[in-house]
Design a binder for this molecule. Structure first.
Ligand SMILES: NCc1[nH]cc(CCC(=O)O)c1CC(=O)O
Ligand SMILES: [Mg+2]
Length: 337
């Protein structure tokens, strides 16, 4: 009786059963729409002074700052795991931070030494150099500050100098993460005029003023310094149309690829970008997103590796060509198994 009843209840399906292809592993593999591999993963790495030094970061357990020699070893591991590129961020020693952020264009700064050392030891891996003043300035803002205002055009001239020393040191991709207007054009011109036409620009085009950057600021040592916030240059998280204008502008200015940041909470922006722009699109699974997965799994809320891989698939499904993620090495190794 119950079986007859169930049968008539299901007549409306007319044989359309969406569960059918999900029934076995081979069938799920066959109909899978999105694929994730180590080639999709870009590994952000924090560098410090010293030799054979590694220091922990309280708010992002499992991630360490590495001295240049250890960063070289990590780069070899990344290459062996099939990771195409690293994104480097320096933790500049306190005494070298200044109001003008001059250390940003010191050709012998920590960032440049890391770029040169990795490029010569591991030439097969791409090197992405972050350009912004927060890692070098005494107040943790991404631009020059005058009377509490972030100066746009003056900041750009410092960034251009910074990009040039990075390109000379071996950067393959310059990644301006500051959100000043016009910096992509200025950097492109300067690169071209100095024999670096082959160096790419990956623009942090749609970068939001986000609390999810908290652990990163501990990692690069800007957290305590930062007074106020970054809302006069990073985007308002209530906006989406504006992100399309930011991306269009950076592409007009000569960006080779663009980034959306943060990642998971902003996949709607990635999707819109994918529909509107036929260019390589990356997203940054930022430090706070990493921390959420680490702390929640440590508390027993879910399986750590399952959460890691599921989150990375979500980026690909939304339309990313790749993801900057602190999980890169571990995820790449898992995916290679
Ligand atoms: N130029 C700064 C920069 N570059 C990358 C991040 C954040 C990355 C992360 O949280 O993992 C930030 C922080 C900020 O804008 O304050
Ligand atoms: Mg912009």
């Amino acid at each position: 009786m119950a079986a007859d009843r169930a049968k008539s209840d299901m007549e409306f399906l007319g044989g359309r059963r969406l569960r059918r292809p999900r029934a076995t592993a081979w069938s799920r593999a066959m109909v899978r729409e999105t694929h994730l591999s180590s080639a999709d993963l870009i590994w952000p790495m924090f560098v410090i002074e010293g030799h054979n030094e590694r220091t922990g970061i309280k708010t992002m357990p499992g991630v360490e700052r590495l001295s240049v020699d250890l960063a070289v070893e990590a780069a070899k591991a990344a290459r062996n795991a099939g990771i195409p590129a690293l994104a480097l961020f320096p933790n500049t020693p306190d005494h070298l931070r200044s109001e003008g952020g001059d250390e940003a264009f010191n050709p012998d700064n920590l960032m440049c030494r890391a770029l040169t050392a990795i490029k010569s030891a591991v030439p097969e891996i791409g090197l992405i150099a972050d350009v912004a003043l927060d890692e070098y300035s005494s107040d943790g803002q991404d631009g020059l500050v005058l009377d509490g205002q972030i100066l746009n055009d003056e900041t750009i001239s410092v960034m251009v100098q910074s990009a040039l020393v990075q390109a000379k040191a071996g950067a393959d991709i310059i990644a301006p993460s500051d959100m000043m207007d016009g910096r992509v054009f200025a950097i492109r011109q300067a690169l071209d005029q100095n024999g670096f036409e082959h160096v790419q620009i990956m623009s942090y085009a749609a970068k939001y003023a986000s609390c999810y950057y908290g652990p990163f600021r501990e990692a690069v040592g800007t957290g305590e310094r930062l007074k106020g916030d970054k809302r006069t240059y990073q985007m308002d998280y209530a906006n989406s149309d504006e992100a399309m204008r930011e991306i269009a502008q950076d592409l007009d200015e000569g960006a080779d690829s663009i980034m959306v940041k943060p990642g998971l909470p902003y996949l709607d922006i990635v999707r819109r970008a994918r529909v509107n722009f036929n260019v390589p699109i990356y997203a940054y699974q930022v430090s706070g997103e990493y921390a959420m997965i680490e702390f929640a799994s440590a508390a027993g809320s879910f399986d750590r590796q399952a959460a890691m891989i599921e989150s990375l698939y979500a980026f690909k499904r939304a339309g990313c060509n790749g993801v900057l993620t602190y999980f890169a090495l571990e995820a790449a190794r898992l995916l290679n198994e």
